[in-house]
Design a protein around this ligand. Structure first.
Ligand SMILES: N[C@@H](CCC(=O)N[C@@H](CS)C(=O)NCC(=O)O)C(=O)O
Length: 246
């Protein structure tokens, strides 16, 4: 049996992709959660870069959600996430690339624009469950990291405008792409459904322990969620969580 550790941020949608793949394949693993900001030295030492998720599989270290899911598919082929048919596989991978490169970063900006100015909520969310002195320290030092976090997540008026447009277009495009089978590619759940549902989860707010934010949710975040709540893609995301997210 392999020793598997997911180095992650809780709630993060790119990390959620990997949590979902691990759960789908019933891979026993540990999770090591980091505080955004203070994560940098440890993640850099482990992987040579700073972004999470990072997967440690015995002595191999894999970075990036797409590469990790592909690695997991090779290690544990069943239940499969990648279509066997070549054309379907290509279609699924095209969708995943677009979602990873454009849609995930854009909808993260849309939510971060609301979260970043609620320091109590933001630091409380990521430090949830940690000892009180750690929570206080994180809250106290947050104003010093705020600017860096805002710029790392593209929070500025011009980019926010662009990200709102990308998010709206992507929601419509996914709604159109869902086939009569209920899936994005073919007639079963694939990596394309997992990627779309996980990356839209922060907007859809599914009731899953890995994604449910602490309550009460700040009014600004709540109003973003409500703005999209009747979109067919948001309903589809929630149904993917209901039927396919262990
Ligand atoms: N393309 C990457 C994106 C990963 C990413 O953006 N991770 C964010 C959290 S959602 C992160 O760790 N940011 C902190 C950093 O880069 O230092 C993937 O698919 O894993």
């Amino acid at each position: 049996m392999a020793t598997v550790t997911l180095h992650q941020f809780p709630y993060s949608h790119f990390n959620e992709k990997v949590r979902w793949a691990l759960a789908h394949k019933q891979i026993v693993h540990e999770r090591k959660s980091y505080l955004p900001g203070p994560h940098i030295p440890a993640i850099r030492k482990l992987s040579g870069q700073t972004a999470t998720p990072v997967l440690a599989w015995n002595d191999q270290v894999i970075t990036g959600s797409a590469a990790i899911i592909e690695f997991l598919e090779k290690q544990v082929p069943k239940p499969a996430l990648f279509p066997t048919d070549a054309a379907e596989r290509e279609k699924a991978l095209d969708l995943c690339r677009w979602l990873d490169e454009e849609v995930g970063p854009a909808n993260r900006t849309v939510l971060f624009a609301e979260l970043i100015d609620d320091a109590n909520y933001m630091t409380g969310m990521f430090s949830n469950g940690r000892p009180l002195p750690v929570r206080w320290l994180y809250r106290f030092t947050f104003p010093m990291a705020r600017g860096l976090i805002a710029s790392a997540n593209g929070v500025n008026p011009d980019n926010l405008e662009r990200c709102l447009r990308i998010t709206a277009t992507a929601l419509d495009r996914i709604a159109d792409a869902v086939e009569p089978t209920g899936y994005l590619v073919g007639n079963s759940f694939t990596v394309a459904d997992l990627t779309a549902a996980a990356l839209f989860a922060p907007l859809a707010a599914p009731d899953h322990p890995d994604m449910a934010r602490p309550r009460p949710v700040p009014p600004g975040v709540q109003s973003v969620i409500e703005q999209y709540s009747n979109h067919p893609t948001v309903r589809w995301v929630n149904s993917m969580y209901e039927h396919h997210r262990p």
